[in-house]
Design a protein around this ligand. Structure first.
Ligand code: TPP
Ligand code: MG
Length: 652
């Protein structure tokens, strides 16, 4: 098995590696980079297009050197790489950098209230724009506050560059004030990280960080820069040469596995397209639609892939996994061929791995070879960019299978599952709002052009289930890490990336209390995001597990008494410069959402008071087989049973 993040073999050489000596030790391919080549001209650059672009031949005109400080070189490099916005919060070890930012006319800096906010904002910015998100923090606690969003970006493969100040080199390693070995701390959660020990390397290292973050499988890269280096003058030359030994992401798939994949598709009776977040990163939604339409193969989209295929498409079976649809889960369990594109067999999708899709052969396409075969043995491995893979598969399908494939029985079967087990919810009758109803109303009013950003918990799963997605990059959430507190700052970054879009946060009352301070940032900096707060007074998802698996022992999940609004989120939001409403009645839901839509100069928070007993269904209990999925509590669809048995079960 390959270790993801191969570059650590270089970075573990020593605490202070990225020096000339270590670079020369490897016989490097040198990647040549021109101004603004790392971030693409198109609004949604893909990891593949960025990689192709940076392999173009070098401009032979000799660039002119300019004598500037290290701090100025950081700013200049960011500007030259096409960055227009950074999120951060200053401190002693980055003061020279902030001095340089003070005079920058091209780079806008958004001052967050907590560095975690900077990291998630940069993530939201990257997820909506497809460009690299940049965040800045000072040394020690500033840098460690970035660890959570960096780990989050790592698990969701988000192109992020984190720049941290470090104590001056002469006192490095002395437990100096605000010293933390942030390279060491973030080693397992970054695609790569650097510490700069020679000011002359600043342009090269920043450009390498961008290249690594954006190409191949995207991910976070950290650049730690001691304060004395920021103050040292250097001869600034642009463009720099990148030296990344062994780093050559494969984006174009080989023809052999493509041929083999189509051969398997031709033989399959029950194929399913298992689509993951890689399809969104590669901007491969058009290729996916074309492939599915041409072949007629049913599609499931994971939590990270929502929006890559229209929810209302007849071939769409929905989201698989722990809270997936019966059609998606049942479709995969019954499949004889999973055509996996940019997905990674996450345990929340597979349930118990030994019993997952037991009869299926597997085609697995991913830009990161380390993913292929990591969890599930693979019959046809394909390394490549999702858009290129899907285009190649379609061309080969047309060549090998001009008459198409006959999967009529299978299509009817999965269609039957969709019809028998539609989206729905059990009413709670507690007189309070139904959270699912709030979210489906929001989706109907804000529509598929809005961007939805969720926190983590029940509200996240209801948002995934009850919002009707049509377009990629309109659904942002913390999928791999499940980071509570992700949503408000990520939405701020999303609004910064797409000011013309309506940005709706669907947040939980627990999550909101972790990072709502960034509403102040949004208000002060002019990012009018909208928040639908699903206020159930509980850490609802944990409470649901306590209900189901811990005999209703509600150990420390209650955030407030049901009749007390504490904190008063309306007052809290107003104190932060937002407009805020509280909604307690069904008939107020729609007019309040519409009122919020009309407010475009400030953030808006709607505090929806919902019941505490609503649950997320369907559900596969953790570690159980997906075949044990329950459609509602105690109701199991038996996929192989006579349909009349299933129908009878749901009539009761
Ligand atoms: C930082 C962090 N801490 C703890 C958890 C575990 N956790 C998952 S969901 C959840 C409850 C979230 O509560 P809330 O935001 O109110 O959402 P709800 O489930 O009630 O909709 C918790 C504590 C987590 N995912 N992230
Ligand atoms: Mg809650």
């Amino acid at each position: 098995m390959l270790k993801r993040g191969f570059l650590h073999r270089i970075s573990t050489k020593s605490y202070l590696t990225h020096d000339v000596e270590s670079a020369e030790t490897f016989k490097n391919p040198v990647i040549l980079l021109k101004e603004s080549e790392v971030v693409a001209a198109s609004s949604h650059p893909t990891p593949a297009t960025v990689a192709h672009r940076s392999q173009k031949p070098q401009d032979t005109t000799k660039p002119q050197a300019e004598r500037i400080s290290g701090a100025e070189a950081i700013v200049r490099s960011l500007e030259n790489l096409g960055t227009d916005l950074v999120f951060g919060l200053p401190g002693g070890a980055v003061l020279p950098l902030y001095e340089a930012l003070y005079s920058s006319t091209k780079l806008r800096h958004i001052l967050v209230r907590h560095e975690q906010g900077a990291g998630h904002a940069a993530t939201g910015y990257a997820q909506v724009s497809g460009k690299v998100g940049v965040c800045i923090a000072t040394s020690g606690p500033g840098a460690t506050n970035l660890v959570t969003p960096i780990a989050d970006a790592y698990l969701d493969s988000v192109p992020l560059v984190a720049i941290t100040g470090q104590v001056p080199r002469p006192i490095l390693g002395t437990d100096a004030f605000q010293e933390a070995d942030i390279r060491g701390i973030t080693m397992p959660v970054t695609k790569h990280n650097f510490i700069i020990t020679d000011a002359a390397q600043i342009p090269q290292v920043i450009a390498e960080a961008f290249h690594l973050a954006a190409t191949g499988r995207p991910g976070p890269v950290l650049v730690d820069i001691p304060k004395d280096i920021q103050n040292t003058e250097l001869d600034f030359v642009w463009p720099p040469q990148l030296e990344l030994p062994g780093y050559r992401p494969v984006t174009t798939p080989h023809s052999r596995p493509i041929e083999q994949a189509i051969k398997l598709i031709g033989e399959a009776k029950r194929p399913v397209l298992y689509i993951g977040g890689g399809v969104i990163k590669a901007n491969a939604a058009p290729q996916l639609l074309e492939f599915a339409n041409h072949t007629g193969i049913p599609v499931v989209t994971t939590l990270m892939a929502l929006g890559s295929f229209p929810d209302d498409h007849p071939l769409h079976l929905g989201m698989p996994g722990m809270h997936g649809t019966v059609a998606a889960v049942g479709g995969m369990q019954g499949s004889d061929l999973l055509i996996t594109i940019g997905a990674r067999f996450d345990d929340r999708v597979t349930g118990q791995t030994e019993t997952f899709a037991p009869d299926a052969q597997v085609i697995h396409a991913d830009i990161d070879p380390a993913e292929i075969g990591k969890i599930r043995p693979v019959d046809v491995p394909i390394v490549g960019d999702a858009a290129e893979v899907l285009a190649a598969l379609l061309a080969e399908f047309k060549r090998q299978l001009p008459d198409g494939i006959d999967i009529g029985d299978w299509s009817r079967h999965v269609q039957g599952l969709k019809e028998k087990f539609p989206r729905g919810y059990v009413r709670t009758h507690d007189g309070l709002l139904e959270p699912q109803h709030v979210i489906e109303t929001l989706s109907r009013i804000a529509g598929p052009e809005a961007v939805y950003v969720a926190g983590v918990g029940q509200h996240q799963m209801w948002a995934a289930q009850f919002i009707d997605f049509k377009n990629p990059r309109t659904w942002l959430n913390s999928g791999g890490s499940g980071t509570m507190g992700y949503a408000i700052p990520a939405a701020l970054g999303a609004k910064a990336a797409a000011p013309e879009k309506e940005i709706w946060v669907v947040d939980g009352d627990g999550c909101f209390q972790m990072t709502n301070q960034e509403l102040t940032t949004a208000a002060v900096e002019g990012f009018p995001i909208k928040v639908a707060l699903i206020n159930n007074g509980n850490l609802g998802m944990v409470r649901q597990w306590q209900t189901l698996f811990y005999d209703e022992h509600y150990s420390h999940t209650k955030l407030r008494e049901q009749h007390e609004y504490m904190p008063d989120f309306v007052k809290l939001a107003e104190a932060q410069g937002c407009v805020a409403f509280r909604v307690t009645k069904d008939e107020e839901i729609e007019p309040t959402i519409r009122k919020a839509q009309e407010i475009t100069d400030r953030p808006v928070v709607i505090d929806f008071i919902v019941g505490q007993d609503a649950q997320v269904w369907p559900m596969v209990a953790a570690g159980h087989s997906n075949s044990d999925i329950e459609y509602a509590r105690g109701l199991r669809p038996f996929f192989d049973a006579d349909p009349s048995v299933i129908e009878k079960q749901f009539e009761e």
